[in-house]
Design a protein around this ligand. Structure first.
Ligand SMILES: [Zn+2]
Length: 465
């Protein structure tokens, strides 16, 4: 199959851009990339998809996703949410803790559909709870065609702490069962879907609720089993207070002391990481997921992203949860990342379009541990790419395709998505999912979840007739 007449951002080692370029795909791999005229002449009998006017780039990778939260889209904007703990224990946990498996499947389907439609070809789920039905979510990922690392929840919160915090029982399980369930899911699902699916540890945060010995046990297990691990870390100032209570200077040093850092680990947020923390993150090869849109909406940070990149930390991008960020459009979050990094630095060159695209592709692939075969468009690598149709007023003219992608385009401009050599979306129609049914299902369910959870006030502050 030949994809022709596109502007190809290869993201290869020289970051070569091919004008009037073509990509030849054979099975799941890229067979060749070059000028359209050369590839058409060399392969006259191939089927052709004409991409005139499209920018082609590697598929985007979202390294911090809560699939269960898409059904809660925008609810942080429904009235005052108060402190983080009120938001979490008073609103989010009661809702998610009241999910049936059908609700969780509806939300995850919506999330994956939205990601595919906005150009995300791989993602890290950070907290997949057992009540959501691990098997059905794994199967959903495989059927949709996306790449995924599912971080299955592990936790150690005593019943007394749970009750004291008002932690919803639907979001709780014992340490033993949470670890056993994760190991079992790893044995069943890791490598499924031709290697598109991975099972990771999704640690609940290092906070007073969790017994710290959990982290050593889980990091040892991750090492033994060569599993990935993801955790929210160094998110808010109280995280450093917690670390100090345990004899560490910072939350990052706490994580290092409990074996949580390393090349298999993706840390979400790191909004309060300082210079010494950044050195540790770089030395240990730990990946950081920068959650620009969510952090800005929640008034967290700003994270020292450009300092991290300068120090050699592998920084990728994650949309985080839809309650606050309201959106899984990674192109939009790339733009917010550039805006906020520049404002913080007082320097408009602080984070360029090119750097942002590297974060969402090459760095994302390293975080997802797919970098040996994905993240750039090169002969021999997997055919994971997306196209942006620039035939639109807000996308013309194209001076610099990287800037068009990051600063002008939005998820709705993504036209075609190819993963593992398979066309997953063409002309904005996702071929692997039933969009109409997914939207109808969510519309029919979301209010029922709030009723069951007993959470009210989830509406506009304005009178509604
Ligand atoms: Zn998160």
């Amino acid at each position: 199959m030949l994809f022709t007449h596109a502007t190809v951002l290869t993201m290869n080692s020289t970051r070569e851009i091919v004008e009037d370029g073509a990509i030849r795909v054979s099975d799941d791999r890229i067979d060749a990339i070059g000028k359209t005229s050369d590839l058409v002449t060399a392969h006259p009998d191939d089927d052709v998809i004409d991409l005139s006017g499209h920018i082609v780039m590697p598929g985007l990778i979202d390294t911090h996703v809560h699939t269960a939260q898409c059904m809660l889209r925008g609810i942080s904007e429904c009235g005052a949410v108060g402190e983080f703990s009120n938001w979490l224990f008073g609103r989010i946990f009661p809702l998610q803790g009241s999910y049936t498996e059908e609700d969780a499947l509806a939300s995850a389907s919506l999330c994956i559909l939205e990601m595919l439609k906005s150009g995300t070809t791989g993602f890290v789920e950070c907290l997949l709870a057992e009540r959501y039905g691990v098997d059905q979510i794994a199967q959903l990922c495989i059927d949709s065609g996306i790449r995924a690392a599912l971080g299955k929840v592990v936790m150690d919160v005593s019943p007394a702490t749970r009750d004291e915090l008002g932690w919803h029982p639907g979001m709780w399980q014992t340490r033993e069962s949470s670890i056993e369930g994760t190991v079992a899911a790893h044995e069943t699902w890791d490598g499924a879907g031709d290697g598109r699916l991975q099972i990771w540890f999704g640690c609940r945060s290092a906070e007073p609720a969790n017994d710290p010995s959990l982290f050593r046990e889980v990091s040892d297990l991750a090492r033994e089993r060569e599993m990935g691990l993801t955790i929210h870390l160094a998110e808010l100032p109280h995280d450093n207070d917690y670390a100090r209570e345990h004899g560490y200077r910072s939350h990052v040093e706490f994580a290092a002391g409990h074996g949580l850092l390393g090349e298999r680990t993706v840390l979400a947020h790191c909004t309060i990481a300082d210079e010494l923390d950044i050195e540790i993150l770089a030395e240990t090869g730990t990946s950081v997921s920068h959650n620009a849109g969510n952090n800005a909406a929640a008034a967290w940070g700003p994270a020292r992203i450009t300092d991290m990149l300068d120090a050699g930390v592998n920084v990728s991008i994650g949309c985080d949860g839809a309650p606050t960020n309201a959106n899984m459009d990674l192109l939009r979050d790339l733009r917010i990342a550039c805006h906020t990094a520049r404002q913080r630095a007082g320097d408009r060159a602080a984070l360029t379009s090119e750097m942002a695209l590297e974060m969402a592709t090459l760095n994302g692939a390293r975080a997802l541990r797919t970098h040996s075969y994905a993240g750039s468009l090169e002969a021999g690598k997997k055919a994971d790419f997306i196209t942006i149709n620039t035939d639109a007023p807000h996308l013309q003219p194209v001076w610099n395709p990287a800037a068009t992608a990051v600063f002008a385009a939005q998820g709705g401009d993504v036209d075609t998505v190819v993963i593992d050599g398979r066309v997953i979306m063409r002309a904005r129609e996702v071929l692997t999912m039933d969009e109409e049914a997914i939207l109808a299902n969510v519309r029919g369910r979301f209010r029922g979840v709030a009723e069951r959870a007993g959470v009210d006030g989830l509406a506009s502050a304005w009178p509604t007739a």
